[in-house]
Write a protein that binds this ligand. Structure first.
Ligand code: ADP
Length: 428
């Protein structure tokens, strides 16, 4: 481009020189220059007009033929156009490829523009959400999915957790909705059929609840006979006494296991926690009283304002705090401190912290502690006789109060189990 520009300059200079000299021969040098400039201006204007009419025709045809500087300019425009076309083609095929993949998915996929209008949808969204691609493109999504829970979720803009809802097509189809924001406020919605998963989950819950319930009666009978037999002379005989002790302790353990399983099932199946006004200090004192019976001589320090209240279920929170304090006492030597501190946080939330200076837990176990039957150390577990369900119960009870369980721990230094209640459940 640079060299063609120089050639063009040279060509103009030579033309001016030639016409200037010719004019000078006829004693009219300025007329010669004027004719040369006029000719050059006419030639340039002709090309400018050709470029202008090519652009106003949309620039789809080939650029006009030309030589010299204009020829080079038109070639460069042609080259750029070709590049742009192949780039466009590449994007188009990538876009079609993504659309084909979405079309092949069994999950419903819907593209929503920043104004909340549907831009595109795949065939699965027809039978999962009842959408019609021909009719519903360009329609406001919330006019088609009118469930108030969905509208609130869609408009809130916090899509960190998926939404579970019933399909508008049929009440028997359960959907999991996941939204993602991309680009300048566009949204991508995935609707997944989780009917079968939810059925399996329900079957699991029912199975555990039924088995636990069915085990309760035979266990009560066995424990009753054991208790009666333990008071006879037979149990006092040295060769039987150890067996009776073991049978009794295993029966107690099984009873705890069944009770914990039943409690967990109840926590999973009941809709939401009650809304009693619970005075935390009083509730924690009740729990500490029970701990005093199970761990005689254990001193627990309590820091809690008597007026602090939480909205929730007394039974569920009692059970959560009892489990946390039981663990603190179980895994902490008697001479080390265990304490409970209730503290109002800056954002209005409330933290109930159960602290101990006991064995502590290695950081690699922390994320799995609330899983059912997860044990840090089997030998420690068998010594302490826990069911492995305590922290799962705590987590479920807190979840039903929109609260969170945070665990901090260091091996050899102790642990802090913090229950964080949201501001709207806290009073005084
Ligand atoms: P378990 O009935 O075994 O106590 P949990 O669900 O209550 O079951 O606790 C799970 C595991 O977490 C326990 O087996 C124990 O290893 C560990 N753990 C819980 N609380 C503490 C604590 N305060 N200090 C040390 N380890 C703890």
């Amino acid at each position: 481009m640079q060299s063609s520009w120089m050639i063009e300059l040279q060509r103009l200079c030579l033309t001016l020189l030639f016409f200037g000299l010719t004019g000078w021969v006829f004693d009219r040098p300025f007329l010669g220059f004027a004719l040369a400039l006029f000719g050059y201006a006419a030639w340039t204007l002709w090309h400018m007009r050709a470029l202008e009419s090519w652009l106003s025709a949309g620039g789809h045809d080939e650029t006009p033929d030309s030589s010299g500087f204009w020829g080079v300019l038109f070639d460069a425009i042609n080259r750029l156009r070709k590049q742009q076309r192949s780039e466009q083609h590449r994007w188009q095929s990538a876009y079609e490829h993504v659309q084909d993949s979405f079309r092949a998915l069994n999950d419903g996929v819907v593209l929503i523009n920043p104004h909340g209008l549907i831009d595109w949808m795949n065939p699965a969204s027809e039978y999962l959400l009842g959408f019609d691609p021909a009719r519903d493109r360009g329609t406001q999504l919330t006019n088609l999915l009118r469930d108030p829970v969905f509208i609130a979720y869609f408009e809130a803009g916090d899509y960190s957790e998926p939404l579970h809802m019933v399909s508008p097509v049929s009440g028997t189809i359960k959907l999991e909705i996941q939204l993602t924001v991309f680009g300048q406020g566009n949204r991508l919605m995935f609707a997944r059929d989780v009917t079968r998963l939810q059925q399996l989950e329900q079957m699991r819950k029912d199975f555990v609840a039924n088995v636990s319930h069915e085990l309760k009666t035979p266990l009560t009978v066995i424990s009753g006979y054991l208790e009666t037999l333990s008071q006879t002379e037979l149990a006092a005989e040295p060769r039987w006494s150890k067996a009776f002790d073991q049978m009794n302790s295993q029966a107690v353990r099984m009873r705890h296991l069944v009770d914990d399983l039943l409690l967990l099932s109840r926590l999973e199946s009941l809709p939401r926690a009650n809304n009693d006004t619970i005075y935390l200090a009083a509730l924690l004192r009740d729990v500490m009283h029970e701990i005093g019976v199970a761990f005689p001589g254990r001193v627990i320090a309590l820091q809690c304002d008597d007026a602090v209240t939480v909205q929730g279920s007394t039974m569920e929170l009692h059970s959560a705090f009892l489990n946390l304090l039981t663990n603190a006492c179980k895994y902490t030597p008697k001479e080390k401190a265990v304490s409970v501190q209730v503290e109002r946080l800056q954002d209005g939330c409330l933290a109930v912290r159960v602290k101990d200076e006991g064995a502590g837990i290695d950081v690699r176990h922390l994320s799995r502690l609330t899983e059912r039957f997860y044990r840090v150390d089997d030998s420690r577990f068998s010594e302490t006789g826990g069911t492995g369900l305590g922290l799962a119960i705590v987590k479920h009870a807190l979840m039903r109060h929109d609260a969170q369980l945070l665990i901090e721990s260091r091996v050899g230094e102790g642990s802090i189990f913090s229950c964080i209640f949201p501001a709207d459940r806290v009073g005084a």
